[in-house]
Design a protein around this ligand. Structure first.
Ligand code: NAD
Length: 330
């Protein structure tokens, strides 16, 4: 089966080639991100393989349908960038990689917490300049702190288990309760109760109309003063201009984000020689208690292997008419 991959990076290509045993599928790689303007690049293919930065909106899907595309295979878990209604209308199947390594993202959320708290990024630079002062490095114990986890699916569950190991008290908010976590001592609360009681809040639910800008000025008003907010989910979970105001008043004491609402204009490229035309992003960079990573939560060897295996299996299942285990059905 012939597939056009959009927005690909070199580190992915070799893994997809490795898992494409005996060259069963013809994989065509493009650096460009998918959008309505460049769908013609997929002419002659049965499917396209897209990433989180690709714009798979109604117009893109309409154009893909016109050139005979039957499959959109996402090499990601999240699918908020795909117009599922348009895909259904054009009878295009949408598959994804629902789980590859929840630990990868959960561990990255913990890395953000530890870095913001113990300021290892600052210590690293300071020591390289022979500055051994402790003046700016004061942290706090995680032991017995209350962690609020929003979304206890695969990643949220892995995150809870790690934080339980630190001796933290975990409260959670989800539309579904996870019995295994409850047995381990995780207590489910309303979102408001979670906001009020948490020292650290970590977001692990998908971006949907219900969760879009869930963290806005009204939410920040309810949090503890100086709360630490961690987002490895999707950028639009946080209304970033409201977060900036709350950082200014120190209502938010620490912000760690691996995702940013407008990230498709920034992330996954070296822009070190460019002028960044995003004033909110630039304002975030001025705070010494904000840590931004470029959507790297998933980026471990194990996760990339998992993504490649499932993606190639998705192509094979589609081609062979097998049940589509990872299909997104609306
Ligand atoms: P999952 O589907 O296993 O879990 C999501 C959880 O969120 C579920 O328990 C669900 O019930 C809950 N949820 C859904 N709507 C909710 C709502 N309105 N309020 C509260 N809870 C709600 O997903 P997952 O694999 O744990 O991934 C979570 C998210 O992490 C993904 O949607 C994706 O956006 C993000 N992600 C980020 C990276 C990264 O590299 N930073 C990588 C993979 C996934």
């Amino acid at each position: 089966m012939k597939i056009a991959f959009f927005g690909t990076q070199f580190y992915e290509r070799e893994l997809f080639d490795k898992h494409n045993t005996d060259g069963k599928h013809e994989l065509i790689y493009y650096n460009e991100s998918l959008n309505a303007e460049i769908t013609n690049l997929a002419k002659g293919c049965v499917g396209v393989c897209a990433f989180v930065t690709d714009v798979v909106d109604e117009k893109t899907i309409e154009n893909l349908a016109e050139i005979g595309i039957k499959l959109i295979d996402l090499r990601s878990a999240g699918y908020n960038n795909v117009d599922l209604k348009a895909a259904k209308k054009h009878q295009i199947k949408v598959l994804r990689v629902p789980a590859y390594s929840p630990q990868a993202v959960a561990e990255h959320a913990v890395a953000l917490i530890l870095t913001l708290n113990r300021k290892t990024h600052k210590a690293y630079n300071q020591v390289r300049e022979n500055n051994f002062s402790l003046n700016n490095l004061l942290g706090f114990n995680l032991f017995e702190k209350t962690i609020g986890v929003v979304g206890t699916g695969k990643i949220g569950t892995a995150f809870c288990k790690i934080m339980l190991g630190f001796g933290c008290k975990i409260i959670a908010f989800d539309i579904k309760e996870n019995k295994e976590l409850q047995q381990k001592g995780v207590v489910y609360k309303s979102l408001d109760e979670l906001l009020i009681a948490s020292d650290i809040i970590s977001i692990h639910c998908p971006l949907t109309p219900a969760t879009n800008h869930l963290f806005d000025k009204n939410a920040f008003k309810k949090t503890k003063k100086g709360v630490m907010l961690i987002n490895t989910s999707r950028g639009a979970m946080i209304k970033i201009d409201d977060a900036i105001e709350s950082l200014k008043t120190q209502q938010i004491g620490y912000l760690g984000i691996d995702v940013y609402e407008q990230e498709e204009h920034l992330f996954f490229k070296d822009r070190s020689q460019s002028i960044i035309d995003d004033d909110l992003f630039e304002r975030l960079l001025t705070f010494n208690n904000v840590l931004i990573t470029p959507h790297q939560g998933f980026f471990t060897k194990e996760a990339l292997e998992g993504i490649a295996t499932t993606t190639i299996q998705n192509f094979t299942d589609f081609e062979d008419g097998n049940p589509l285990k990872t299909e997104i059905i609306i």
